[in-house]
Design a protein. Structure first.
Length: 326
């Protein structure tokens, strides 16, 4: 339902520019989706993030705004062209033009009676498109295993209370989704159990292609090793950090995200709990049980010592049974 709105927004914007503004005989805007929907991480209540950029048909418009800085270019396009063009498709519209990165929030009809209206954020030349494309490349070049890895970690972050909503002042999370994604990639870059790069070739739905790849039972062990190392290494990196972590995305213009040391300290304890949960239960689904947040440790032994104590207890229990006949 969310992806169906992409074409509706694209058509509305370009029709307005061509028919009302008489700017071009072709589409002057390219409309792309990014964020959780594009990375197949969305939930029912997730927003649809849309970025628009000028095409080669917008030669005159490009020349008109050439001398403006990037923020003023975005404001000009949003205020003069994009916002008026969306009146016909939006149930409601809010302009967020006072922000460093201006955008428009729409409420649109999902087109499905049983589903709620959908919130849509429209921006200009968002680097979120580049970031989403980078993540998708990792999905494909790892044979799909990074898709499962990333999906589990993002949903774990939502469930455990790490992620906060950028549109809700009342959100009690620790970091924004984009910041947590940056932290995941920062840790992933330092991992040793990363899968080898593979070639890919698909036609049709990328999601169907990735789903088929994940049917390979051999990926299960690789995924388990990756998750164990992520939580173990992530705990070490976040607990050892004495300053903020800054992750620079390996894409055009090198956008970056900063995760503060205060947030890192809190995330560290959650990674520690997640690591022990995986090591001792060998069950990924246990990560999503809220009770693990309440775990406390009177004495934190290394896993090797814990195992020795456990086996030693069994040994003496058996010996005592042999002696007493109990």
């Amino acid at each position: 339902a969310k992806m169906c709105l992409l074409e509706k927004v694209c058509s509305s914007i370009n029709s307005y520019c061509n028919e009302v503004q008489k700017l071009s005989v072709g589409d002057i805007f390219k409309v792309q989706v990014f964020g959780s929907v594009s990375k197949f991480l969305c939930e029912l209540e997730s927003d649809l993030d849309i970025s628009i950029s000028l095409t080669d048909h917008a030669i005159n418009l490009k020349e008109e705004i050439e001398t403006l800085d990037m923020r003023k270019k975005r404001l000009h396009l949003l205020r003069i062209l994009v916002s008026p063009s969306l009146e016909s498709v939006a149930l409601s519209k809010t302009e967020k033009f006072n922000l460093d990165f201006p955008y428009i929030t729409l409420t649109m009809d999902s087109g499905v009676e049983t589903r709620p209206d959908i919130s849509v954020d429209v921006s200009v030349d968002s680097d979120g498109v580049l970031k989403s494309n980078y993540i998708l490349q990792l999905y494909l070049t790892t044979g799909g295993v990074f898709f499962a890895f990333f999906w589990i970690l993002i949903h774990w972050g939502r469930h455990i209370g790490i992620l906060k909503c950028h549109t809700s002042p009342e959100s009690t999370g620790l970091v924004l989704t984009a910041e947590f994604e940056a932290l995941i990639l920062h840790i992933y870059d330092k991992m040793e159990s990363k899968p080898t790069t593979v070639a890919y070739d698909y036609s049709g739905s990328i999601l169907q292609y990735l789903t088929n790849l994940l049917m390979n039972p051999e990926l299960e062990k690789t995924l388990g090793l990756m998750l164990e190392e992520f939580f173990r290494l992530g705990f070490k990196i976040t607990s050892d950090s004495v300053e903020d972590i800054v992750y620079t995305w390996p894409v055009k213009d090198e956008p970056s995200h900063t995760i503060t040391k205060v947030a890192l300290g809190k995330i560290s304890s959650l990674l520690f709990q997640g690591w022990h949960c995986l090591v001792y239960t060998r069950d990924i689904f246990k990560l999503f049980e809220r009770v693990q947040v309440q775990l406390t440790f009177a004495k934190r032994f290394a896993p090797l010592i814990s195992d020795r104590i456990r086996f030693s207890t069994r040994f003496y229990e058996k010996s005592w049974n042999n002696v007493t006949g109990a």
